[in-house]
Design a protein around this ligand. Structure first.
Ligand code: BGC
Length: 647
């Protein structure tokens, strides 16, 4: 850990020098960069290594090829798992075994069928339990009724590793209830340009903070040997993703090209992986992006020389969704290049049958060496054994399996509510309009006021987080509901009107507005980062009526909102808070006796832009001129009046 810390401090220094916009240095002619070795909390266990070797020796070529292939659950039957000796399946964002409102029972049922299929006929084949991976990226977000946490950008603002660890623990427990044992999280991307549609999956623009929080999440998800809870019955395997440089692409284009020299790649984008590996992350997902023109899925230098040899990663590399297809010369159905580069398990959602046949042929012809295939299988078996899959047996017999009441349990929601509270960042509070007296007449306006879809964002119930309504969030609390509960129980009154109309003139108006949900490239911004919506007119109208305006911004990233800030007396950034909107009321409202309930503690983990075209713009830039700097955030003690901003 000390070694990593020193490295991180060095990173702080170098990051200031190495920006995404720096001239490209040819990595071949650049002075050699030495990547530090990770010091994983999970050590090689000779007993496990011996079992891996025995299993490997018993496996046929077909069994080995099946082991490295991961289809989507929608595209494979349990019978095919047996027939092709499939090692893994996944459910992507918005994919469930039955219908959308299905509870844990259908998940456990499906998991058990896949498991049984994977260990069937042990006499004629090696009985290797299948592993099912899922995108539980802010809670077990594919499951209706699950606790939905703030997306990573909000967790970054909390700067609270202990809390992030609890978030990981709760997520792992809810995943365990559904009988699964692997999540494709955490994303440890360091987003350097908020035009990127995945900025909200990043804890921070600062690699040091991402490292700290990503490691905490890994520990929460997997447990720790020192605490005797490593891969216990309510723990899951974590995935550090996406390797490498996904947050650094030119102009923030999703799956684009990261144009930095190797030193910057290491210091900006590599450190968080080092921290995740130290914390024991057992899988790493290859990235869709390129580094200086080379697609990660085909980058042997990064996947094998750097990650496995220099950093010492001994778990397995999972490909991203058909990510191999983008390697020159490859297709969805065939890509020896990716396997040779170091991808150990190929995520090939649909075309897996052809991929299986092609890979089998390529090994026979020597296009993929037997040694490389054995290494990939060894790594997968090692992780399965470490995670106890062979001992845990049928998913339906898991200690937490099917215990539906644990999903969205009040104790879990309390952790999410704390995360919401601590993620809120106060940018303006002129004349101390906040906190609001609990017995006030409050108008709640804006498009996002009573909208669990907007407040949860992408990767919630569906991939894009769209095509859902509040009814897809049983047990959740919208921001409106939380505020109404708080105000009404204290003798105040609440009116709700999106457009800001009211019957009785309110003491204060809260306007909740922001970005609609999106995921991945669908959220990319092509040009400027100014945010526009009809809510600005609502703020202006209320202000003209002489009503103090508190604006709450639901967003996956810092955007240029000077007009909205000018039209508000107080301005709160709530990011994408998830299912526990009560966290807003906790901080915005006073207690019944007039004292502060919870103060603001959130601090910006991304720099806030002063200009519409100020991208990329990060702490450490030579001409750093943010509107609000990295780390900014007022509280109820700050006595800061914000003057009118330039529009
Ligand atoms: C994303 C990954 C995700 C995978 C599986 C891809 O599109 O890039 O982050 O884990 O899909 O859903």
């Amino acid at each position: 850990m000390i070694k990593s810390l020193l490295f991180v401090l060095a990173g702080l220094f170098f990051c200031n020098l190495s920006l995404a916009s720096d001239p490209i240095v040819d990595p071949v002619s650049a002075p050699k960069v030495v990547w530090p070795k990770a010091n994983s909390v999970i050590k090689k266990d000779p007993a496990i290594e011996a079992r891996v070797a025995t299993l490997l020796a018993a496996m046929t070529l077909k069994e080995k090829v099946g082991q490295i292939i991961q289809p989507e659950i929608k595209n494979i039957s349990p019978a095919e798992v047996t027939k092709y000796h499939i090692g893994s399946v996944l459910s992507a964002g918005g994919s469930y075994p039955a219908k959308r409102d299905s509870g844990s029972i259908s998940w456990v049922g499906a998991a058990t069928k896949f498991y049984n299929a994977s260990v069937k006929n042990p006499k004629s084949r090696a009985a290797i339990p299948i592993i099912w991976g899922v995108d539980a990226v802010h809670g077990h977000n594919n499951v209706v009724g699950a606790t939905i946490f703030p997306h990573n950008i909000g967790l970054g603002a909390t700067r609270n590793p202990g809390l992030i660890r609890s978030v990981g623990e709760v997520t792992a427990r809810e995943v365990s209830v559904t009988g699964l044992s692997w999540t494709f999280a955490p994303t440890v991307a360091v987003a350097r340009d908020q035009r990127w549609g995945r900025t909200y999956e990043s804890y921070s623009e600062d690699p040091v903070l991402v490292s700290e929080l990503g490691a905490a999440m890994v520990v929460g998800l997997q447990g720790l040997p020192a605490r005797n809870d490593l891969f216990g019955p309510d723990k899951v395997i974590a995935t550090a993703k996406h390797f490498l440089g996904d947050g650094g692409t030119n102009r923030g284009v999703d799956q684009g090209d990261t144009l930095v020299d190797e030193k910057a790649l290491l210091l900006l984008h590599g450190q968080s992986f080092l921290a995740a590996l130290d914390a024991g992350a057992q899988t790493v997902m290859a990235s869709f992006n390129s580094w200086n023109g080379v697609k990660s899925h085909g980058n042997q230098y990064l996947l094998t020389d750097v990650l496995k040899d220099q950093m010492g990663f001994d778990g397995f590399v999972i490909g991203d969704w058909d990510g191999h297809e983008q390697v020159p010369g490859c297709s969805k159905q065939s890509c020896p290049q990716a396997i040779n580069a170091g991808v150990d398990m190929i995520m090939v959602p649909k075309a897996w049958r052809a991929f299986y046949a092609n890979t089998l042929r390529q090994v026979k012809k020597g296009e993929i060496s037997q040694e490389r295939l054995d290494d990939a299988v060894t790594r997968i078996l090692r992780v399965k054994l470490r995670a106890g899959l062979f001992e845990k047996g049928k998913p339906s017999e898991g200690k937490f399996a099917g215990r539906q009441q644990i999903i969205g349990h009040p104790k879990h929601r309390a952790v999410a509510q704390q995360a919401v509270r601590e993620s809120l960042v106060l940018l303006k509070n002129n004349n101390s309009v906040l906190p609001i007296a609990a017995n006030s007449k409050v108008l709640i306006a804006g498009q996002a006021a009573d909208d669990l879809v907007m407040q949860s964002g992408g990767w919630t119930v569906t991939w894009q987080g769209d095509q859902t309504t509040n009814s897809d969030f049983p047990g959740a609390t919208s921001i409106y509901q939380g505020l109404a509960n708080g105000v009404e129980t204290n003798g105040g009154s609440v009116e709700k009107n999106k457009a800001g109309s009211y019957k009785q003139k309110p003491d204060v108006a809260i306007v909740v507005f922001g970005e609609p949900p999106y995921a991945e490239g669908a959220g990319d911004i092509a040009k400027t980062i100014d945010f526009q919506s009809a809510d600005l007119a609502v703020m202006q109208k209320l202000k003209a009526d002489g009503i103090p305006v508190v604006s709450v911004f639901i967003t996956g990233r810092p955007l240029w909102v000077n007009p909205q800030i000018n039209s508000s007396d107080a301005f709160v950034v709530a990011w994408l808070p998830g299912s526990e909107g009560q966290g807003l009321a906790d901080v915005l409202l006073k207690t019944a006796d007039g004292t502060t309930n919870f103060d603001f503690t959130g601090k910006l983990s991304f720099s806030w832009p002063k200009f519409k075209d100020q991208v990329p713009h990060n702490i450490g830039d030579k001409d750093y001129q943010p509107l609000f700097p990295y780390g900014y955030g007022l509280d109820y003690q700050s006595n800061t009046q914000l003057e009118l901003l330039a529009e």
